[in-house]
Design a protein around this ligand. Structure first.
Ligand SMILES: Cc1ncc(COP(=O)(O)O)c(C=O)c1O
Length: 396
């Protein structure tokens, strides 16, 4: 059933005050998510934090179940984290690698590349940046060539990069990695909530998602999924994490050992509610609406003199990246903010694969990113286009 936009907007208090096109940054939470968070905080206020957690323990367990349903995984493989970057860093740092070469895409998320660079220095690893195919997606052909050379310890891919609208063919990458017996980590921070994800089909051993973006959860929430064979290898070292308190050797391996023992239960419950809400709407329907809105926006923007769209080939996500000739991205953002339109600026990935690994990259060019969610409307996109036309016609 197509999504009912009036209901989606009634579910989203923020649409009354702003045109929010920064869903890839942090989406507007649906009221059911905010209400869940606030209700739990009230219980903490009324009866105490530990008592409120005990009262909500059944609902806390359902957070794992709904996230697992969202990515078609076993709930035992899910750990709740505070950010996508720290989830990615924790797991990759703990993962024993059977080969000394790590393959990554050109559009790998910046902090993931930073972690890999550090690991490369510490463990003598070689990082290899894969080329793009003609559509700008990671080249599966190049991946196969590199896997054939052997000694690959890990393949890392960002499913939907933060800039541009492309969706990497993660399932094709997963199939080749599984065949070669090489672990595959998928950064799904920009895809969870906007695209259907099925870890069996993606054949990823590790998947990282964040809460506040297309999933529309609260800030400070994220999760990681570990396949059971990875779970056995990733033994957390004692720090602030639960591992410090759990008798690791005696327990069946549980991804929850990666979790911080202290966390915001309210935010976690909010994350679970966001996941349930997305499942109730239907991820396929969400994907369809995002694509219609983003394709419509691209057509609109392509028509505006001095607006240049970024990205090659077919764009499959709700992210649209562009620049306005002779205007800095931040100026465009500020101009639109004055018109009540939220969007963000993003660094563009370097065009040359090797430049991705430079310690001190040249100042990256920055573009403007508009990202839609299902509660956005065609009328809001018209408002964006009109505001951009005004900016362009005003000149400097
Ligand atoms: C592709 C991608 N991966 C990872 C992250 C990091 O997520 P977090 O901000 O939760 O650490 C982001 C955030 O923008 C992202 O765009």
């Amino acid at each position: 059933m197509p999504l009912d936009v009036d209901t989606l907007r009634a579910d989203t208090r923020g649409v009354r005050s702003v045109i929010h096109l920064n869903n890839a940054g942090s989406s507007l939470m649906p009221r059911t998510v905010t209400d869940t968070v606030v209700a739990h905080l009230r219980r903490e206020e009324e009866i105490g934090g530990y008592e409120a957690a005990a009262e909500a323990s059944g609902r806390s367990d359902r957070v794992y179940a709904s996230l697992a349903q969202l990515i078609e995984a076993d709930p035992a493989g899910i750990a709740l984290m505070e950010s996508g970057s720290s989830a990615w860093a924790s797991v990759v740092s703990l993962l024993p690698l059977a080969g000394s070469r790590v393959l990554l895409g050109r559009t790998e998320y910046g902090s993931n590349v930073g972690i890999l660079r550090r690991l490369a220095r510490q463990r003598g690893l070689q990082l290899v940046v894969l080329e793009d195919d003609a559509d700008g997606r990671v080249s599966v052909q190049h991946l196969q060539q590199e896997l054939d050379l052997d000694d690959v310890g890990l393949v890392a891919l960002t499913h939907v990069p933060m800039a541009g609208g492309l969706v990497n063919d993660a399932a094709a990458v997963g199939r080749l990695c599984r065949k070669a017996g090489v672990p595959f980590i998928l950064d799904a921070c920009q895809s969870v909530g906007q695209l259907p994800l099925d870890v069996a089909e993606l054949k990823c051993d590790i998947l990282v998602g964040t809460g506040r973006k297309f999933l529309r959860g609260p800030r400070g929430t994220a999760f990681v999924y570990l396949d059971s064979h990875v779970l056995e290898k990733v033994v957390p070292t004692p720090n602030d994490r639960r591992a410090l308190f759990a008798p690791i050797q005696d327990e069946p391996p549980s991804a929850r050992l990666l979790e911080s023992r202290e966390a915001s239960i309210a935010a976690r419950l909010g994350l679970g509610r966001a996941s349930e809400y997305a499942l109730e709407l239907g991820i396929e329907d969400i994907r369809g609406r995002l694509q219609t809105l983003a394709d419509g926006m691209r057509l609109h923007l392509a028509d505006i003199r001095d607006v240049e769209l970024y990205g090659r080939g077919k764009q499959g996500s709700g992210i649209v990246t562009f620049s306005v000739r002779e205007k800095m991205a931040v100026q465009v953002k500020e101009h639109l903010a004055a018109d009540g339109i939220n969007l963000s600026t993003v660094p563009l990935p370097p065009l040359k694969p090797d430049a991705v690994l430079q310690e001190t990259p040249a100042t990256p060019s920055t573009a403007v990113r508009a990202s839609v969610h299902c509660y956005n409307t065609e009328a809001e996109i018209d408002r964006l286009a009109s505001a951009l036309r005004r900016l362009v016609s005003r000149g400097n």
